[in-house]
Each structure stands twice: as structure tokens, then as C-alpha cells.
Write a protein that binds this ligand. Structure first.
Ligand SMILES: CCCCCCCCCC(=O)SCCNC(=O)CCNC(=O)[C@H](O)C(C)(C)COP(=O)(O)OP(=O)(O)OC[C@H]1O[C@@H](n2cnc3c(N)ncnc32)[C@H](O)[C@@H]1OP(=O)(O)O
Length: 445
């Protein structure tokens, strides 16, 4: 259970608060007099269910979705019809009291006596959605006409050496940028130390959520966001830049465009480095010392998508997909590097299409780039329709791990693998330098 503190008060500055938490630890206790209402994580999910009118029993889900059709009339015809919101309006604090409520620990504990990062991904996803519902709160109705789904995990940067399984954790977050139907959410995770009560930062996360109509069929307008003061204007401007950066990154995708001249040289040098000098042949390839062919560095998994893992819209919960992909990615990094890997960054997890209940979900994790003791992993997930025998991609996940020791170099053999390598290199370079300088974290699955 997480305990959640939800605030509607006017905080002096969200950025200042975030900065304080990132530099000095989150020191100010929640101000109960100004509207902080602590609740538990079970209540986060039950609150989400209440907001959309989701069924608690699978047998009622058709009826529950049917009832949501009536909410169509509450949708705004244009964004301008919705009242603007401030960043403070969606600010939420969540406490995961691992220290004070030992009964919570088992769910979060891994074999290395630290916190399962996959569980944190689930909590961030639920929190991100609740933040967006708080931003778009419909004053006239308890039920929201919006179906808010996770479109993208833009970035998660870890900056903490240790995530303790027995110390309280706090999540904070708010909507940081708004488009017409999409919202960027920034969240922070902090943890108290073993020997003091101050919170210090663990990670920063940026998600993009998209609002859809009550039946989750079409996009729907969300309340505009008005930044207050220069700090919030800067946060908002960064949100705008993030959107442009994502468009640029997608335009330059190796699935659409040829690699740059520099990248072509990298690929050709790898090719030359694998030629058999004894035979004058393009075909004879020899693995260089301390290297692994890319085709030998993958793991696959299968999930049957049971109703238990459904979200409030009766599709598979995005956090569950992330946890499963992360754990397969971690296992791949573990078997590749031969020692315990630590996650240092997650970026660009795109939720391309929803996963239906009952789907067969095929996960495929691949080491696609290595550098010193870093391992870049790509996890591809697709649903398989046994009737039509069709495969459809649902998600692509990118995880950066750091191993305890230097790892062998990954070597692509085919052109397709070379593109995977370059894509992995691009994602690796996109993770911040500061993140990569972090010596170690204990965020394991
Ligand atoms: C009960 C316990 C559980 C409680 C947990 C509750 C949490 C629930 C959260 C979830 O679990 S959601 C499940 C995981 N996510 C999904 O299944 C989403 C799957 N993907 C989709 O359904 C569509 O791809 C998506 C709705 C995200 C986008 O559809 P479209 O590409 O048709 O969208 P469209 O072109 O209409 O664009 C709509 C907006 O989305 C934006 N957008 C679309 N794809 C994006 C992307 N990849 N990154 C950033 N923004 C994106 C786009 O820019 C635009 O923003 P603006 O209107 O503000 O300009």
C-alpha cells in the first residue's frame, strides 16, 4: 500500500520544491492544514476506479463500460471550453511506507534485499494517471468522461545509489506541460535514509499521457495549463521542447532514414573488424576477442494476459507491461554481463497500441549496445493472434543497465542488427551524462 497525499493548495513554487528535494532531500512535512489528504495506494487504484466507474469484478466489466457511454455528453467540444489549470492543481504526493508498514515489504522486495524496480514502474504509472485526472477534474461530475492512458515513458533517470526495502519512499508529481489532448507529467521519487529522516532523491520520471473519450476510442481535449512565474514557464517551455525533440527523434528513426555518415563509418568499422583475414571474403566473419554476436544475446518470454492485470479500461495495465519488460531486460543484462546489473535509465517506452485481455504477449529482449560496463537493452513486445496468425507490435522498451564489471562488446552481423546497434547507441547517448556517472544503484527487478 502506498499512502497518498493529495494537495490542492497553492504551493509557493513546484520547481523550487523539486529542486529542494533533489539537492537537500525533501524536508518540509506535508501541511495538513492546507488540504493534504493522506491515502494508501490501494486507495490510489480504488480512487482511479471510482473516477472512471470501473468494475471491481471482471464479470461486470461490459456493463461498466456500457455505463461510461453516457459520459460522452460531458466531453468538451474544444479545449477553450475547459477551465485552465495551474501546475499546483495537479500536484500530488504519495508515500510508500516501507519503513513504518513492514507488511508492505514483501511485494517490493527482491533477492538482493533491495526494492523491485518493476514495482516502482507500476506505481509511477498509476500515479501519473491519477495526476492527470486531478488536472482534468470535472467539477460538475464525480465521474470523469476521460479515459487517460499512458502513451510514452519519455525518461526515467536514477540518481540514488541504494533503494532500501525498509525505508519510507515518497513520490511527488504534477502535470508539467499540456497539448490539446496529451499531458506531460513529471514525477520524482525520494527515500528517507537509514539513519536520518530526510528524503533524498532516487529518480526523476517524465511520462506522457493521452486523454481519450469515455470508450477509449478517440482523443479528447484536456484543460489548458497556465504556468505561473518564470520557473513554471521554464518547465512548460521544456515540455514544448520535449515534444519537438520527440518528433525529431522519430523523424530521424533508422526505420525511416539512413544512418548518418558517422554512424555508417561505425558500422563499417565493426564489419571490417570481423572479417577473416585468412580468406578474402565478405562472408567469412570471425568474432573478435571478448565479444558476443548480437544474435546470441537475447531472451524471450511469453505472458498470457489474464483479467487480473487489467487496468481501469479493461485493457492490460501499462505498469504491468513495463514490469514484465523490465524484468526480462534485467535478466538479459544479467546473463550477458555475468554479474548483477543495475538500472540507470529508462527511456522512450512507447505504448503503440493497447493490449487486450486474453492476448498472448510475446516479449523479446536484446542486448543492442555495450560500452565499458554499460548494457543497452531493447525489449520488443507484440501480441499474437492465434486465429489470424498475425503479430502486432504493442510496445518498445529501452533500458540502460550498468554491470559491476566491464562487459563483452556486442557485435552485429547483419544490416538489421547494425541498425539495432545504432539505435541502441542513440538511446544510450540520450541518457544524461550525469546519470551515467552514477556509480551504482540497487534498483534491480
Ligand atoms: C485498476 C488498477 C490499474 C490502475 C492503473 C490505471 C492506469 C491506467 C494506465 C494504463 O494502463 S494505459 C495502458 C497502456 N497504454 C496503452 O495501452 C496505450 C496504447 N496506445 C494507444 O492507445 C495509442 O497509441 C495512443 C492513444 C497513445 C495514441 O493514439 P493516436 O496515435 O491515435 O493518437 P493521436 O494521433 O490522436 O494523438 C493524440 C495525442 O497523443 C499524442 N501522442 C500520441 N502518441 C504519442 C507518443 N508516443 N508520445 C507522445 N505523445 C503522443 C499526440 O501528440 C496527440 O497529442 P496532442 O493532441 O496534445 O497534440
Amino acid at each position: 500500500m502506498l499512502a497518498l497525499r493529495c494537495t490542492v493548495r497553492k504551493a509557493p513554487s513546484l520547481l523550487a520544491r523539486a529542486l529542494t528535494s533533489m539537492t537537500n532531500g525533501f524536508q518540509s512535512p506535508p501541511d495538513m492544514s492546507e488540504g493534504h489528504l493522506p491515502i494508501h495506494v490501494n486507495n490510489v487504484r480504488s480512487r482511479l476506479r471510482a473516477i472512471v466507474g470501473a468494475s471491481t469484478n471482471w464479470s461486470d466489466h461490459v456493463q461498466a463500460m456500457h455505463e461510461r457511454k453516457d459520459l460522452h455528453s460531458l466531453l468538451a467540444k474544444q479545449q477553450e471550453d475547459l477551465p485552465p489549470r495551474k501546475m499546483n492543481d495537479s500536484y500530488i504526493e504519495v508515500i510508500l511506507p516501507l519503513g513504518s508498514q513492514p507488511e508492505l515489504r514483501e511485494k517490493y522486495l527482491n533477492v538482493h534485499n533491495s526494492v523491485r524496480f518493476g514495482r516502482i514502474l507500476e506505481d509511477l504509472d498509476s500515479l501519473g494517471v491519477l495526476i492527470c485526472y486531478t488536472h482534468t477534474k470535472h467539477e460538475a461530475s464525480q465521474r470523469s468522461p476521460l479515459s487517460i492512458v499512458t502513451a510514452l515513458v519519455d525518461k526515467i533517470d536514477l540518481c540514488k545509489k541504494v533503494i532500501y526495502p525498509d525505508c519510507d519512499i515518497k513520490f511527488t508529481g504534477n502535470v508539467s506541460w499540456v497539448g490539446k489532448t496529451s499531458m506531460e507529467v513529471k514525477m520524482h521519487m525520494l527515500q528517507v535514509g537509514l539513519h536520518d529522516d530526510t528524503y533524498s532523491p532516487v529518480l526523476d520520471a517524465t511520462f506522457v499521457m493521452v486523454a481519450r473519450d469515455p470508450e477509449n476510442k478517440r482523443s479528447a481535449f484536456v484543460n489548458p495549463l497556465i504556468p505561473e512565474g518564470p520557473e513554471e514557464e521554464e518547465v512548460f517551455r521544456k515540455g514544448e521542447l520535449n515534444k519537438m525533440r520527440r518528433v525529431d527523434f522519430s523523424t530521424a528513426s533508422l526505420l525511416k532514414m539512413a544512418p548518418t555518415a558517422e554512424e555508417r563509418t561505425i558500422v563499417h568499422n565493426i564489419f571490417l573488424n570481423t572479417l577473416d583475414t585468412r580468406t578474402v571474403s565478405f562472408r567469412s566473419r570471425v568474432l573478435p576477442p571478448n565479444s558476443v554476436w548480437m544474435e546470441d544475446a537475447k531472451l524471450k518470454g511469453l505472458e498470457i494476459c489474464h483479467p487480473q492485470e487489467r487496468n481501469i479500461f479493461n485493457r492490460i495495465f501499462g505498469g504491468f507491461l513495463m514490469r514484465k519488460a523490465f524484468e526480462l531486460g534485467w535478466a538479459t543484462a544479467c546473463s550477458y554481463g555475468g554479474s548483477r546489473p543495475y538500472v540507470v535509465a529508462v527511456d522512450d517506452i512507447m505504448f503503440q497500441r493497447p493490449v487486450e485481455i486474453g492476448s498472448l504477449l510475446l516479449l523479446s529482449a536484446q542486448v543492442c549496445y555495450t560500452e565499458k560496463n554499460y548494457i543497452q537493452i531493447r525489449v520488443h513486445s507484440e501480441v499474437y493472434d492465434s486465429d489470424t496468425r498475425e503479430h502486432k507490435t504493442t510496445n518498445v522498451f529501452h533500458f540502460t543497465f550498468m554491470s559491476e564489471r566491464e562487459v563483452p562488446q556486442i557485435v552485429p552481423k547483419t544490416y538489421g542488427e547494425s541498425m539495432l546497434y545504432l539505435d541502441g547507441k542513440r538511446h544510450f547517448s540520450a541518457t544524461t551524462k550525469e546519470t551515467r556517472e552514477v556509480e551504482t544503484t540497487t534498483a534491480a527487478p
